[in-house]
Design a protein around this ligand. Structure first.
Ligand code: SF4
Ligand code: SF4
Length: 355
């Protein structure tokens, strides 16, 4: 499907959607595969059903932006030494207890404001973003801070333009994504940096309710088979996934399915949100994981005792990076299609009608 790139904010049709026999429309971007009725929003809060068609509320909406080394994603075996512009929007398909990005990843307030036509969040076209990356000396663009699958319409448009302009792209993911979404992005994305959070289904059940280890690992392997350069990352959380058996099983899986030279990044947990009561990961746990991975045969294992999530909390305001005035970027967002009438209220009245 060829889409037209909007110059101003508007709802954009969800790229993977399917009408179901029961009258719902199913979103096939991530493995939630939300089945939505008129007025309902998906688990991620980012996609909404309006009169049977699904739309992405967050196309072009940026929550955060930053420029830094690709190694910070973390990615070490693709264009080392280059700088990458990282961007994220609002909404995620997980609800991790230790997430450091809550106002971005869950993004409930920001997405509600968009739905009400009252948001002042930054709107940046793909062309503006690519230009900003080039102006700031970045050689690539990374989609990160929350799950890019819930923002795939924008990711696709930016990635295609970025490649045409000689920039690479990095997709930082939890890999709870569909095969269809991976097939759609694979021709346009250079690198997948994916979490392997645990080898226990119970861990994933706590943060998502639906995800299983098998699903996540199958998506990572699929990306690898599709030719995307894959690097994996595990954030070691005391009492949750810090055991020898987990380290060994993750390392063995990487060796068997991605190759012994596939990079594995081990990061430190810093207490946050529901896991505020847990301690920071002791350095010994991370080095123990590294030792086990090396015994198993992995040759590229990296330990970061200063690094956790690829978080966005210290970034500059979005407008600082763009060659446009802040007022224009932050003007009130009302869908340019204006099919909701002059009020600009996009969703709420439908939510009331949806019953
Ligand atoms: S992206 Fe995932 S969570 Fe969001 S509506 Fe689609 S299937 Fe649901
Ligand atoms: S930690 Fe990552 S996957 Fe989990 S809720 Fe936060 S952004 Fe989403």
């Amino acid at each position: 499907m060829k889409t037209q790139i909007p110059e101003t904010y508007q709802l954009v049709e969800t790229r993977l959607q399917e009408h179901m026999p029961d009258g719902t429309t199913r979103c096939n971007l991530c493995l939630w595969r939300c089945r939505l009725r008129h007025g309902q929003r998906g688990f991620c809060q980012t996609h909404v059903n309006r009169n049977g068609t699904l739309y992405n509320l967050s196309y072009g909406i940026l929550s955060a932006i930053d420029v830094g080394p690709i190694e910070d994603k973390p990615v070490r075996h693709f264009r080392p030494g280059s700088r990458v512009m990282s961007v994220g929007s609002y909404g995620c398909n997980f609800r991790c207890g230790g997430c450091h990005n809550l106002e971005i990843s869950w993004g409930v307030e920001a997405l509600d404001e968009l739905a009400r036509g009252q948001s002042h969040a930054a709107y940046v076209t793909p062309a503006q973003l690519v230009e900003a990356a080039q102006q700031h000396g970045a050689e690539g663009i990374a989609f990160t801070y929350s799950e890019p699958a819930v923002w795939l319409e924008y990711v696709l448009d930016v990635a295609q333009l970025a490649r045409a302009c000689g920039l690479y792209t990095v997709y930082v993911s939890n890999s709870f994504v569909t095969d269809e979404a991976l097939e759609l992005i694979a021709p346009h994305i250079d690198v997948l940096c994916s979490d392997v959070k645990s080898m226990q289904d119970s861990f994933y059940a706590e943060i998502c309710g639906k995800a299983t280890v098998e699903q996540v690992l199958a998506s990572i392997e699929k990306a690898h088979k599709l030719g995307i350069h894959v690097e994996t990352r595990t954030n070691i959380i005391p009492g949750k996934n810090d055991n020898v058996d987990t380290y060994r099983r993750i390392a063995e899986w990487i060796r068997e399915h991605l190759g012994a030279d596939s990079p594995w990044h081990i990061t430190r947990f810093f207490p946050a949100y529901k896991l505020e009561n847990l301690p920071m990961t002791p350095a010994e746990s991370m080095w123990q994981a590294r030792d086990i991975a090396e015994q198993v045969g992995l040759s590229r294992v990296y330990v970061y005792d200063d690094k956790g999530c690829d978080c966005a909390d210290s970034n500059l305001p979005v407008a600082e990076y763009l060659d446009a005035d802040s007022v224009a970027i932050h003007k009130q967002k009302q869908c340019a299609a204006s099919c909701c009438g002059e009020s600009g209220v996009l969703i709420k009245k439908y939510e009331r009608d949806a019953g």
